[in-house]
Design a protein around this ligand. Structure first.
Ligand code: GLA
Length: 420
């Protein structure tokens, strides 16, 4: 029997309010009453990977981990950003002329959201954007970066919620999600789909989001895990190629769609194809790679669409099997896993108490999510950590986070814990 190895287990870790708000007041001296605090979670996707930009179903859930932002209006129209996570970085921008600058690092995300929000308001003709106040914004977060838990979308939605409050816009959560996605697509330049921003905007505690990405119709689905937990594990693989590979997959899907449209001119998205229709369509695809990519999308979207039925029935065993199927398909057909994610998932499949495990997010590194029996969690983590380290050469980390509510103002909650 192996001795227990030391494993990093991370739980939701909100800011130390005294310390963080002291940092905020050093950065933005002034009246205590005008400070407000907002939070936006990260997300874990339970099923439906690489289906959002193919008009398919996804089943993500908001986490209890995320991004906090303390904010105070400024009268000079400027936006100023600091983060407790990146000491020394202090970015000031003129709200009326925001541009992406690589040297601004994390601040490009809130800048992008402010840009997208002003564009959106101008299009709506709702307010004269010239009159909007600027803001001092201080961030903190407990999500790992580049790990597939949507730390970027979390910063975006924390900013969107804060500006929504500060500018008294009363915008719907769905609009905040859409303009945050626009910030990421057009300002930051990453071609993500809508899943991350949407789930972070509308998420609710203990519920997953069943979202049809072709219509944006959604419903919240109770996730009753009985005596099980979600265990997230981080490969710690550097994700250098992730963005170019993600764009490559999007191009391949577009090619597959174009070929299928020759025989089905009405087809708008790959995920519109049902598993029953699929066998008759395969001959329309002229390359085995395109066939595999399209097959993943068809069956993955179907899994995500049907899984709420399994959750409603409380059939976690069947749900776990769907998670495993999803990983197989992402590994063999979509080819976005890689040795590290495969090592983590395979280690999980062989570990005690595990009903299912799969990669979550874009892939090419990042995290897996596993459904694990409560009483076996310690043994599960020990075994997965050991097997992964033997195969890959370094240790994974583990995150134990419940499913929490979406982006929101938390000023009153913070005030109860800290006397403003
Ligand atoms: C990233 C993107 C999402 C989605 C997933 C893959 O997280 O931001 O839009 O495409 O990858 O499912």
């Amino acid at each position: 029997m192996n001795a227990a190895v030391k494993v990093q287990i991370v739980r939701p870790n909100p800011p130390d309010w005294q310390h963080w708000l002291a940092q905020f007041f050093a950065f933005s001296p002034g009246d205590v009453g005008s400070v407000r605090v907002f939070f936006a979670p990260g997300r874990v996707n339970l099923l439906g990977e690489h289906t959002d930009y193919n008009g398919g179903y996804v089943l993500p859930a908001a986490l209890e981990m995320g991004t906090w932002v303390a904010v105070r209006p400024r009268l000079d129209g400027r936006l100023r950003f600091q983060s407790a996570l990146f000491p020394g970085q202090d970015v000031t921008a003129v709200a009326a002329s925001l541009t992406y600058r690589p040297e601004d690092g994390f601040a490009n995300y809130p800048k992008g959201v402010a840009w997208a929000m002003r564009e959106w308001l101008t299009q709506q003709g709702v307010v004269a954007t010239a009159n909007l106040p600027g803001a001092d914004m201080m961030f903190y977060g407990d999500l790992p970066n580049s790990a597939g838990l949507s730390s970027s979308a979390s910063i975006e939605l924390a900013t969107a919620a804060a500006l929504n409050g500060l500018w008294e816009l009363n915008s719907a959560a769905v609009d905040l999600a859409l303009l945050s996605q626009r910030a990421e697509n057009e300002f930051v330049g990453v071609q993500c789909g809508i899943m991350d921003q949407f789930s972070i905007a509308v998420g609710e505690a203990n519920q997953a989001l069943s979202l049809d990405c072709s219509t944006l119709n959604y419903r919240l689905v109770p996730v009753v895990l009985q005596d099980h937990l979600l265990v997230i594990a981080n490969t710690h693989k550097p994700r250098d190629l992730a963005e170019s590979k993600y764009n490559e997959r999007r191009r391949e899907c577009n090619q597959a769609l174009a070929q299928l449209q020759r025989v089905r001119p009405q087809l708008r998205h790959l995920a519109e194809i049902t598993p029953e229709q699929w066998p008759d369509l395969t001959t329309a695809l002229n390359h085995p790679v395109l066939l595999r990519r399209a097959r993943h999308v068809v069956f993955e979207s179907h899994r995500a669409k049907m899984a709420p039925i399994l959750l409603a029935r409380g059939d976690l065993v069947a749900f776990g099997k769907q998670m495993n199927e999803s990983h197989h398909s992402l590994r063999d057909d979509y080819e976005v896993t890689g040795p590290e994610l495969d090592a983590l998932a395979e280690a999980a499949w062989g570990a005690p108490g595990c009903l299912g495990s799969r990669m979550t997010g874009a892939g090419f590194g990042g995290c897996t999510v596993s459904l694990v029996q409560n009483s076996e969690v310690d043994g599960f983590i020990q075994q997965v950590s050991r097997v992964y380290q033997e195969r890959v050469g370094w240790k994974p980390s583990f995150y134990l986070s419940g499913i929490g509510p979406g982006a929101r103002e938390i000023t009153n909650e913070v005030k109860l814990q800290w006397q403003f």
